[in-house]
Design a protein around this ligand. Structure first.
Ligand code: NAD
Length: 442
């Protein structure tokens, strides 16, 4: 199948890089988003999200005449849906007394409906949004059938999840292997024709529900493995062990690869997607459910560590470094740092947060500093919550000059403890009660 024009619906972290990459490869792209502010920003040649290389890519795409943005779809050869699939804020499911979160599919539903007037025989529709199993077949197919056209017979329909790493999206979009699940083999083949325009990685064709499961399995696998690392950090804390040392030794085993503990699991994917399995089959997913519980409760463990380091939290001034859900990105969604700060405040601490990638972020109930210096000024303690390069490069002797805080709690193993101790800091790291005991002895 040949593609002269495509319409990308949803211009966020996934849709915008996808749209600009197609445009860079000579395809005429209409990017569509319901947020008029985003459309205005893009049509002025600016961008609304931080992703390395994206500004240049979008500027070039607009300059080439291949990319324009609008608040309505248009007729096209292919439609790609890349809208959010978060969980619902206030609604929960329940199974045997256990509450679980529910997928919010409203954006996917309205994106599919918005295509209806423009869908034509021979088109291809691809859902990229991470979705619960059977979404393409049971949710999208009936919506698109309202056009009078039948998926798999009159037009192609496929599911193709995105697996890019924020911070490296433009490269990974091209290089990563890509799975395309069609409602028919011909739909999967049409998906292959589309993505082969720029994908250099392997393209694997399968059915739509398998492709949906692949994406959810990948993120659930990561969630489970992070949960065990987090549980190990709690065990190490209890037994006077440094979990980081223990993990590095355990990982010398040729078939063991334990991940790193941290303040919890955040972001739009790993902390959300496993719930889609729990919702779809709560009776089959006790491990996935408990994994979510472990990772969601890790901020409590961090707060207990900070409390132990400070004696008490009441009235203490804390500089919280980092609000993003992972290093070197500006994405604050579902960030465990946010939860840690709220819990510290609930226990009477006064927290100032510094997020270098989003200094003007407005987070409910969080007081943002406008610089590192202003976060550190007057602080009693520093809590490192994200392993941003800017933080791992901090120089202890310089920091000692701008703050009286001499207590540091590192939740991400981002700092060299010896260097900080040598400059008069009392250094705590989560999951490392071995060093804490040594600190007390020395
Ligand atoms: N961000 C990631 O790293 C990543 C990685 C893999 C998969 N995903 C998945 O990709 C999907 C999109 O994620 P994202 O991070 O790009 O989200 P995002 O929030 O950055 O962007 C989504 C965009 O869709 C727009 N939108 C919402 N409803 C719409 C509608 N009905 N019509 C048109 N536009 C609409 C929003 O205004 C927003 O600009 C999600 O399902 C997510 O789970 C994201």
């Amino acid at each position: 199948m040949k593609f002269q024009k495509i319409c990308v619906i949803g211009l966020g972290y996934i849709g915008l890089p996808t749209a600009s990459t197609f445009a860079a490869n000579g395809v005429n792209v209409l990017g569509m988003d319901i947020n008029p502010h985003i459309i205005e920003t893009l049509n002025k040649g600016e961008i609304h999200i931080h992703e390395p290389g994206l500004r240049d890519a979008v500027t070039k795409a607009i300059g080439s005449g291949n990319f324009k943005a609008a608040t309505q779809p248009e007729e096209a050869d292919a439609f790609i849906i890349a809208v959010p699939t978060p969980f619902q804020e206030n609604q929960f499911g329940e199974y045997n007394g256990v509450k679980y979160k529910l997928a919010d599919m409203r954006a996917v539903i309205s994106a599919a409906e918005s295509i209806l007037p423009f869908l034509r025989k021979g088109n291809l529709v691809v859902l990229e949004s991470t979705s619960p199993p059977r979404t393409t077949v049971d949710l999208i197919t009936p919506i698109l059938a309202r056009s009078g056209l039948v998926a798999g017979r009159d037009f192609h329909l496929a599911y193709s999840p995105e697996r890019v790493l924020p911070g490296q999206i433009l490269r990974e979009l091209i290089e990563n292997a890509r799975v395309i699940g069609g409602v028919t083999p011909e739909s999967a083949q049409a998906g292959r024709d589309l993505y082969s325009i720029f994908v250099k990685g392997q393209i694997i064709e399968t059915d739509a529900t398998t492709a949906e499961m692949v994406k959810l399995m990948e993120n659930t696998y990561r969630d489970v493995n992070i949960a065990i690392a987090n549980e190990f950090s709690r065990l190490a804390d209890k037994f006077g062990v440094d979990v980081w040392e223990a993990i590095s030794i355990a990982n010398l085993h040729p078939r063991v690869k334990i991940l790193s503990p941290g303040p919890g699991v955040g972001g739009h994917c790993i902390s959300v997607d496993p719930w889609f399995f729990v919702e779809a089959a709560p009776e089959l997913t006790p491990l996935i459910y408990h994994t979510r519980q472990v990772n969601d409760s890790q901020p409590h463990f961090v707060v207990e560590n900070v409390k132990r380091a400070l004696g008490s939290l009441s009235g203490k001034k804390i500089a919280a470094l980092g609000l993003a859900y992972k290093p070197d990105v500006d994405d604050l969604r579902e960030s465990p740092a946010n939860e840690v700060i709220h819990l510290l405040q609930e226990q009477g601490a006064q927290v100032k947060a510094w997020e270098p990638f989003k200094p003007d972020a407005k987070m409910r109930g969080i007081s943002m500093a406008d610089s590192l210096e202003s976060a550190l000024k007057d602080a009693d303690a520093i809590v490192l919550l994200v392993k941003h390069t800017e933080f791992t490069n901090l120089v202890p002797q310089e920091i000692a000059k701008i703050t009286n805080a001499r207590i540091i709690v590192d939740t991400v193993n981002g700092l060299n403890s010896e260097a900080w101790k040598n400059h008069g800091f009392v250094f705590h790291r989560i999951g490392d009660s071995k060093s804490e005991i040594q600190n007390r002895k020395s």
